[in-house]
Design a protein around this ligand. Structure first.
Ligand code: APR
Length: 316
């Protein structure tokens, strides 16, 4: 258990995160800040707290509209930002199209972290994921092991789920990774996909796998199309996987968006790669051998990440 975990943004994802932190007792105190009025952060925490006698949780909270509630947090999870929302004509924006709005919000978030908990480890979820983490890095300049984005944990879970369904086996049996940026060019790594230790191809044919990988790349959009806004339960639970790896010093390998300094041939960008997560945050970046097709797809995805990073650099 950490002393204090702060959640910035108490909307759909932040709300589930708060519930899970109370339920799993991952911190002595949960802090929740949201600008939404009259006082969504306080209201959501009070609602959860009133149920704690039933779940037997003595987790405390501080919540409100002002950022000072995050003071001295050990770990921050950032979801502040607008999500993708279906337009009246049924279309919806790409994650990249959220950049202008979410950059401004991120600048406020970064200033708050700098003022109230500059030493905290930060996991960011707001989209466009890779660009927002890059912006936080620009503004906070933290040691690189203390800043990461949550995307690969979610994208890999989606890939695993689809594979488990196609193979007719338990999700427990499926291992898989999705690397690269958190956009439609993300890269499901078939060469790392195993079912109970066996190559996935033993269970699922080529055509089905290709369809699963295409679906994985657009899985976020599929949910937006169905419920009208971005997914929130699976992103929150994927972030909880990362939080637990840190809180319990698990040394768990989870694809995460981290600063690359030459690994995978990339320098100075935040990109999704497998890392070891433990008490110190990103404890190790793992370089895996990709096949030629995966290498090309990864390079294409990195290009897309670079494009939004350039937009971040161009923004004041
Ligand atoms: N400080 C704190 N909270 C803020 C700020 C801010 N400056 N600006 C906005 N928020 C809050 C909003 O009031 C809202 O309650 O962030 C919350 C975001 O919640 P939702 O709109 O429900 O969005 P959610 O589904 O939680 O997604 C959050 O994560 O996955 C990404 O694309 C998604 O960028 C989006 C983010």
């Amino acid at each position: 258990m950490l002393k204090k975990i702060a959640l910035i943004g108490g909307g759909n994802i932040g709300g589930v995160l708060a519930q899970e932190l109370f339920h799993r007792k991952l911190a002595g105190t949960v802090a929740l800040v949201d600008v939404k009025g009259p006082d969504v952060a306080k209201g959501k925490c009070l609602d959860i707290a009133e149920g704690t006698p039933i779940i037997g949780s003595d987790v405390r909270y501080v919540a409100g509209k002002e950022y000072d509630v995050i003071k001295d947090a050990d770990l921050v999870v950032n979801t502040a930002g607008v999500p993708r929302t279906v337009r009246p004509d049924g279309t919806f924006p790409s994650r990249e199209e959220l950049l202008a709005t979410n950059l401004q919000i991120t600048d406020a978030v970064a200033a708050a972290i700098k003022q109230y908990c500059p030493d905290a480890t930060v996991i960011s979820i707001a989209n466009p994921l890779d660009a927002i983490v890059f912006r936080l890095y620009q503004k906070l300049n933290p040691p690189k092991h203390k800043l990461m984005g949550m995307a690969g944990a979610l994208d890999s879970a989606r890939y695993r789920y689809f594979v488990a369904q196609a193979a007719g086996v338990s999700v427990d049996n499926v291992e898989a990774m999705v690397l690269g940026g958190h956009g439609d060019d993300m890269v499901p790594i078939r060469s790392c996909c195993r079912i109970a230790g066996m190559p996935v191809e033993k269970f699922v044919d080529e055509k089905t796998l290709a369809a699963i990988e295409a679906r994985t790349r657009k899985a976020g959009g599929e949910i937006v199309g169905l419920i009208g806004v971005s997914a929130f339960w699976s992103p929150a639970i994927a972030a909880i996987e990362m939080v637990e790896a840190i809180v319990y010093d698990k040394k768990k390998i989870i694809p995460s968006c981290v600063l690359l300094e030459g690994e995978y041939g990339v320098k100075g960008l935040f990109v999704g790669v497998p890392v070891v997560l433990g008490r110190n945050g990103v404890e190790k970046i793992i370089e895996i051998e990709l096949n030629e097709a995966e290498k090309a797809a990864f390079a294409k995805s990195v290009e897309a990440v670079k494009k939004t990073a350039d937009e971040v650099l161009a923004a004041k």
